[in-house]
Design a protein around this ligand. Structure first.
Ligand code: SF4
Ligand code: SF4
Length: 59
């Protein structure tokens, strides 16, 4: 399992970046969130915070 970002939906607002307890999210220069899979503990906290439904899980 991993967190995936739907780049077409992400507007780079940064809400998920602020919520992540592991600092595993960052906004790229092109305003799309990127996931640092080495730091992500898959706590799923970020999944519900995105008002654009841009975050999801892969299997
Ligand atoms: S909360 Fe959603 S729209 Fe905002 S930066 Fe995160 S993934 Fe992108
Ligand atoms: S699942 Fe948890 S640790 Fe991983 S990016 Fe989301 S909030 Fe951060």
């Amino acid at each position: 399992m991993a967190i995936i970002v739907n780049a077409a939906k992400c507007i780079g607002c940064g809400s998920c970046v602020l919520l992540c307890p592991e600092e595993a999210l960052d906004v790229s220069p092109s305003f799309v969130v990127e996931v640092d899979s080495e730091n992500c503990t898959e706590c799923l906290t970020c999944l519900d915070c995105c008002s654009n439904d841009a975050l999801g899980e892969s299997t």
